[in-house]
Structure formats: structure tokens, C-alpha cells
Design a protein around this ligand. Structure first.
Ligand code: AMP
Ligand code: MG
Length: 503
């Protein structure tokens, strides 16, 4: 197999089986960071879901994916002829504690594909069996959590958030013991790459500055090529990752997404969201929202995500110090200067995004209007997603009557000030309302709907899951009769909802 350097790949000319043209430039350049490994053979691999839209986008042959060979490969149980698969090594800070060796305990990189647009993507499996990185785990995954990752990643993509994508979920014919026994499953996903903050933490430990330099060089070519043209390319690389993460986290906050396990091994260098385990969307707005059953201290609570991102980026910066300057003190100064830009970059995008959500387009909003809205929403316990659609509806009838979203007085006062501010901007209210609807989703993977769809899937009924995927992959388009998918969770569900890791 000819090795094509990152970024130089020629796109295939026709729909192909994804394994025909797989490359392994990461393993070729960074052999210290991979462990060649084969997935488990499984008794009865069957395709449960295939993302034909993604396959088409990447010019993959759906026929080949659906074939016995295809299902064998997507379930990890058949080796790809001529190439190998690899478990990736990484370290990471988990809930603030350093683990020197994590790595893909139940996942494998099948290789890199180059899409029609020349973009290089990893094709990666999760749930394909134990690897030497597995520690105590069984290497397996079950249908519920894999469908969960499938639908949330696709919803995130439809909401405009950089993310890994879901290609397929296969069942394996195994019964896997969890809280209860569940059908075994394997997810296939694509990603800009699987290079994480934790990959740099691993590299600096096992190979020092020399290996970190090669990893950074590879990451620059693949993700942040402009950094190569700068006088200080490694500083520019750190700056680019800081920027990508500030953009990502502000997107999360604007759609009410709680990742749930923002360990450094779950933060990418590309700026894509990755690893949808105990994640969930907030219903009632509250920055203190925590869903994960193991996040006792609330480290990864909704409102803490920007601070945690900066904490994680600081761990990345530490691994780069030897590349930033020969003088340690100067290296720390450079790193600190780049990290200091995060809060400002984040805040700007968050405020701009929030302003757009209430009809200001890209115009800045002066004064405390945004903060006051958040305060009212928190005090009234308003649903994060639907409130913005309701506000747009009310704007359309603002001349007639202002109807309170809930019963609270304060929002009436806030609404009056909001409308005044829009009018002062010279924005026709109907236009503002339409602009709001274009950025505020109707359909997100609401926790109670995801729960319901996965329970049905466990009983072999994939219909609710299919409907949910259809809604959340077209999040802005009202569908007659789909009110249930837009409605907030029933109160009794919202207050008890919990999510789980590593299942
Ligand atoms: P996560 O928090 O899901 O990103 O996973 C953290 C680490 O645990 C990674 O190294 C995973 O590969 C590993 N892991 C999670 N679940 C399992 C499992 N069932 N078997 C083996 N390793 C696992
Ligand atoms: Mg992970």
C-alpha cells in the first residue's frame, strides 16, 4: 500500500468499499503511539443501523457496506485484507487525576479514508473486543450506548457542531452482562482524527520532546496547517487548538449540551466533540446541571465546561513546553499567553451566539439583557431549547399581546426591554423572529426520547430510534404531528435522569 502523506491524498473517483483505499499515515509516522490489534470474532454480526447519508457524502458504496464482508468489517470481526487495525495509545487526566496509560481498551482504528473533498478521516470501531489497553474492562459495548452515541453525534452534526460522525451500529449476537444483560454491539464512526490532549500526555511521557515534536508536526499538517507557516509553529499550533476548543465549547453551551466526562483523553486536537458516553442535553436551564452518575463533585456540570476546557488545554500546553522555547521560563510565558486568550475567545462567541438566539443576528447586545435572560430562565426553570422558539413565536404577535412563557412576572419585564432593544436596532420583529428560528432548534435528542428509543431498541424495536434520528438530523424543520419531539421532558423524568460511563 502506497503511503500518501496527510493532506496529499487523492480522492477516489467512484463509490468504493471504505476498506479499499484505507491508509495508516498515523501509524506509519508515530509507531510508538499505536498497537496493531485485531477485533474479536463475533457469533452473528448484523447491521442494525447504517448512515447512508454519510456513506454517500464520503462516496462509500452502500452495497459494499451492507455485504457480508462489509458487516464483518464494521463489526470488527473480519480483518481487512492487506492492512491491519490498531489500538491507539493515550494517557489522560480523569476527573483531574493523571492516568499514565489509558488507550483504546475496546476500540480500533481501521485506517484513514480520504473523502471526495480531500479530507482525511479516521474510520474507527468501538466495542470490538479487549485490547492490551483494556485494564479491567471486557472490551465490549452494548446496543443502547452505541445507538446513543450514534444519534447524539448525528444530532450534533446537524446542529452545526464539529463532531465525530456515526457510520453504523452492528449487533454481534452476543449477550453482554451490564446492570442487566444487553445485546452486544459495535459502533463504526469517522473522525477528523483521534488525536487527543491525552495523546500528547502519553507522548511526552514515553518519548519526551522528540516524540511530542513528531506528534505536533503530524497534527499541524492534518488539522492546523496554517501553523506551519508561522515563525513559531508550535506556539501557533497551541493557539489553533485553543481557538478550535473555544469555538467548540461555545457551541455546546448554546445548544445546552453537557459532555459529562471531559477528561483530557476525551478532548480532541482537531476541535471535534468526541466520545458520547454520559452526555445529555439540559432541559430546564441551570448551569449546575449534572447528569453523570459518577460526577459526584459536579466537575463536569453544564456551566463549568468552559473552565474545564481551559484546564485541559493547560495540560496540553505543558506537554509542548519543550517545543515552545529552550528557556523554561520563557516557554511557560508563551504558553500562558496563548491560554489566556481562551476566556476572551469563548466569551465573544458565546455572547454573539446568544445574541443571535434572541434575534440580533450578528449585532452586539449592550448592557445586561443577555445576563438578565439567563437569570430569568434559571429562576423560572425554563426549558433551554423550546424557550427560544416560544420567544420567536411571541415576537410575531408582539403588537397584540405578550404571553408569558411560564407564569413569572419578571420575563414580561425582560420581554419589554428585549423588544425595545430590537426596535432600537431597527430590526423588524418578524424578521428577527425568522432569524431566531433559523438558529434555535426545535428537535434535539431530548433525554426522555433517547431513553425511550433505546429501551425499545433493547427489545428489538428500532422504529422509535429511526424516528428520533430523522427528527434530530433536521432540527430546524417543523414536522406536523411531531410536537412530542419538540416538547420538554415530563417533570418527573427530568428530575431523576442519570447517565452512565463505559457501558
Ligand atoms: P471513556 O471514559 O469512555 O472515554 O473511556 C475511558 C477509558 O476506558 C478508555 O481507555 C476506554 O478504552 C476504556 N474503556 C471503557 N469501557 C471499556 C470496556 N468495556 N472495556 C475495555 N476498556 C474500556
Ligand atoms: Mg474516551
Amino acid at each position: 500500500m502506497a503511503l500518501v502523506r496527510p493532506g496529499e491524498g487523492d480522492a477516489p473517483e467512484h463509490p468504493v468499499a471504505p476498506w479499499d483505499d484505507l491508509q495508516m499515515t498515523y501509524a506509519e509516522d508515530l509507531p510508538e503511539l499505536v498497537l496493531w490489534w485485531q477485533g474479536d470474532e463475533v457469533p452473528r454480526p448484523e447491521l442494525a443501523v447504517l448512515n447512508e447519508d454519510l456513506a454517500a457524502e464520503l462516496d462509500m458504496s452502500v452495497e459494499a457496506l451492507r455485504s457480508d464482508d462489509g458487516v464483518g468489517i464494521l463489526s470488527g470481526s473480519r480483518a481487512i485484507e492487506g492492512t491491519g487495525s490498531a489500538a491507539l495509545a493515550y494517557a489522560g487526566h480523569q476527573f483531574g487525576q493523571y492516568s499514565p496509560r489509558l488507550g483504546d481498551g475496546r476500540a480500533l482504528l481501521l485506517g484513514e479514508l480520504v473523502g471526495p473533498d480531500g479530507r482525511r478521516l479516521d474510520l474507527h470501531l468501538k466495542g470490538s473486543g479487549r485490547t492490551p489497553f483494556a485494564r479491567g474492562g471486557d472490551g465490549k459495548a452494548t446496543i443502547g450506548p452505541m445507538l446513543r452515541e450514534y444519534v447524539i453525534a448525528e444530532a450534533m452534526h446537524a446542529l452545526g457542531v464539529p463532531t465525530t460522525r456515526s457510520l453504523s451500529v452492528c449487533t454481534t449476537g452476543e449477550s453482554i452482562p451490564r446492570d442487566r444483560v444487553e445485546p452486544g454491539a459495535v459502533l463504526a464512526r469517522t473522525a477528523a482524527s483521534h488525536i487527543r490532549v491525552g495523546t500528547f500526555e502519553y507522548a511526552v511521557r514515553v518519548g519526551g520532546d522528540e516524540l511530542v515534536r513528531r506528534l505536533a508536526d503530524y497534527s499541524i499538517v492534518r488539522h492546523h496547517p496554517l501553523a506551519a507557516q508561522e515563525q513559531e509553529p508550535y506556539r501557533a499550533f497551541l493557539a489553533a487548538v485553543v481557538e478550535a476548543q473555544a469555538a467548540l465549547i461555545s457551541r455546546w453551551m448554546l445548544i445546552g449540551f453537557v459532555h459529562g466526562v471531559m477528561n483530557t483523553d476525551n478532548m480532541t486536537i482537531s476541535g471535534e466533540s468526541i466520545d458520547y458516553g454520559p452526555c445529555a442535553f439540559v432541559d430546564r436551564y441551570d448551569p449546575d446541571t449534572v447528569f453523570s452518575s459518577i460526577d459526584h463533585g459536579g466537575r463536569y456540570r453544564f456551566g463549568n465546561q468552559p473552565s474545564v476546557a481551559l484546564w485541559n488545554l493547560s495540560r496540553l500546553a505543558e506537554t509542548l513546553l519543550g517545543l515552545l522555547s529552550d528557556d523554561e521560563e520563557e516557554a511557560v510565558e508563551v504558553a500562558t499567553a496563548e491560554l489566556r486568550r481562551f476566556p476572551e475567545l469563548y466569551e465573544l462567541q458565546w455572547r454573539t451566539g446568544l445574541a443571535a438566539k434572541i434575534g440580533f443576528g450578528s449585532a452586539p447586545v449592550d448592557g445586561p439583557l443577555l445576563e438578565d435572560l439567563l437569570e430569568v430562565m434559571k429562576a423560572d426553570g425554563l426549558d433551554w431549547t423550546s424557550t427560544f422558539r416560544l420567544l420567536a413565536d411571541e415576537l410575531r404577535q408582539a403588537d397584540e399581546q405578550l404571553v408569558s412563557v411560564s407564569t413569572g412576572e419578571p420575563i414580561l419585564d425582560w420581554k419589554a426591554r428585549w423588544i425595545e432593544a430590537l426596535e432600537a436596532e431597527g430590526r423588524p420583529l418578524r424578521e428577527a423572529a425568522d432569524a431566531m428560528d433559523a438558529v434555535n432548534p426545535l428537535y434535539i435528542p431530548r433525554n426522555h426520547l433517547v431513553h425511550e428509543a433505546l429501551e425499545a431498541a433493547n427489545e428489538d424495536d428500532l422504529a422509535p430510534f429511526g424516528e428520533l434520528v430523522e427528527r434530530v438530523t433536521h432540527p430546524f424543520t417543523p414536522v406536523p404531528g411531531a410536537d412530542r419531539h419538540a416538547a420538554p421532558a415530563p417533570e418527573e423524568f427530568a428530575s431523576v435522569f442519570r447517565t452512565f460511563c463505559g457501558t
